[in-house]
Design a protein around this ligand. Structure first.
Ligand code: GDP
Ligand code: MG
Length: 355
């Protein structure tokens, strides 16, 4: 708020705090550049508020005992930001819809994802903490099933792939019983090719493969061995699983924890956003008025510039001074008769003029 008479400084605005899930990325809405990765749990000021205006007391001098001046407050920062949810999970479950990802998460962790026998019961990513043994645990993410064409935007898959972007390990679930009429090996290849289309780097992320729904096969081990051979020949670790009966779930989680212990920590993204310089106008666009040895300089671009400069910092003060000089403000003041020792008042900034 502007400064008031009766010696009142204008009020600062209220802060607005937005709570976001850990791992959320703040991006500049125009360029997509990363401003901040909210992975550490620390608060971040995305847009500083304005400074309240000075009351008239601030302008009292020995000769001007009852000053009539009060100053408007300065605008706060204004920035359009996109918040991108990017889960912070160690391991991510991938696979076709209905292969049993949510079921697995529910039996190995404290999470209670929706489970039903139709595609895309999971519309939001789910996270669960898997406790393997004392002191050994990891975070497991269940994302909506990936389907063929997901990387081109088919179905729901594509939107969700970014959630596993920073998983250190992928657990690839395959319906080895072919309970929906598809071939397990083709499923395995289809998912990997979707991952590759989305991000080659993601496709090369360490991956372990679990053949789920083994319980449906009864004594028929052929499909399991066929998939095992295929997968192991390509260098992946292979596990048998029945998420429904939990058979094999513990071994799979142990193996995942073992792999994770040898992998680097979750990626934290470095900011690549560069703050644009505030726009600088000309001296014609500001008003310069003198009253009793005090020079009041005001104008829209100047106001934004003052608001953006941190005057506690020497470099910033020098930068500000240079901008005023370049814009021709000092030359105009010289023309208007400013003298050494006069006061220059620019919004909440005051200094003595020396040529
Ligand atoms: P998601 O889409 O991959 O998350 O799959 P869900 O976990 O929602 O499971 C889809 C369906 O498969 C549900 O009806 C589950 O009960 C069933 N299901 C999951 N795992 C198994 C399993 O190991 N054996 C059997 N028989 N059914 C399973
Ligand atoms: Mg699911």
């Amino acid at each position: 708020m502007p400064g008031q008479g009766k010696r009142c400084t204008g009020k600062d605005g209220e802060s607005i705090r937005i709570r976001v899930p850990r791992g959320t990325l703040l991006r500049d809405a125009d360029t997509g550049a990363i401003i901040r990765d909210m992975s550490t749990g620390e608060e971040f000021v995305a847009a500083k508020g304005g400074r309240g205006g000075w009351g008239n007391k601030h302008f009292a001098t020995p000769t001007r005992q009852i000053p009539r001046f009060a100053k408007p407050g300065l605008p706060g920062e204004n920035h359009v930001i996109t918040l991108e949810l990017k889960l912070l999970a160690d391991a991510g479950l991938v696979g076709f819809p209905n292969v049993g990802k949510s079921t697995l998460l529910s039996v190995v962790s404290n999470a209670h994802p929706k489970i039903a026998n139709y595609h895309f019961t999971t519309l939001f990513p789910n996270l669960g903490v898997v406790y393997v043994e004392d002191g050994v645990s990891f975070v497991l993410a269940d994302i909506p099933g990936i389907i063929e064409g997901a990387s081109e935007g088919a179905g729901l898959g594509h939107d969700f792939l970014r959630h596993i972007d920073r998983c250190r390990l992928l657990i690839h679930l395959v319906d080895v019983a072919g309970s929906e009429g598809r071939d397990p090996i083709e499923d395995f290849e289809a998912i990997n090719s979707e991952l590759r289309k989305y991000s080659p780097e993601l496709a090369d992320r360490p991956q372990i493969v679990a053949a789920n729904k083994c319980d449906l096969l009864g004594d028929d081990r052929e499909p399991i061995e066929r998939l095992r051979q295929y997968v192991e020949a390509r260098g992946y670790d292979f596990f048998e699983l029945s998420a429904a009966t939990t058979a094999g779930a513990r071994d799979l989680m142990r193996a995942a924890a073992g792999k994770l212990s040898a992998l680097p920590p979750v990626i934290v993204y470095e900011p690549d956003y560069v703050q644009p310089e505030p726009e600088i106008g000309t001296a014609d666009e500001v008003s310069i008025e003198e009253d009793d040895g005090v020079w009041f300089v005001e104008g829209d671009w100047l106001k934004r510039l003052v608001a953006s400069v941190n005057f506690g910092d020497y470099e910033s003060r020098m930068y500000f001074d240079r901008r005023l000089r370049d814009a021709g403000i000092y030359s105009r003041m010289e023309e208007l008769g400013v003298r050494d020792g006069d006061t220059v008042s620019i919004y909440d900034l005051e200094f003595e003029y020396h040529n």
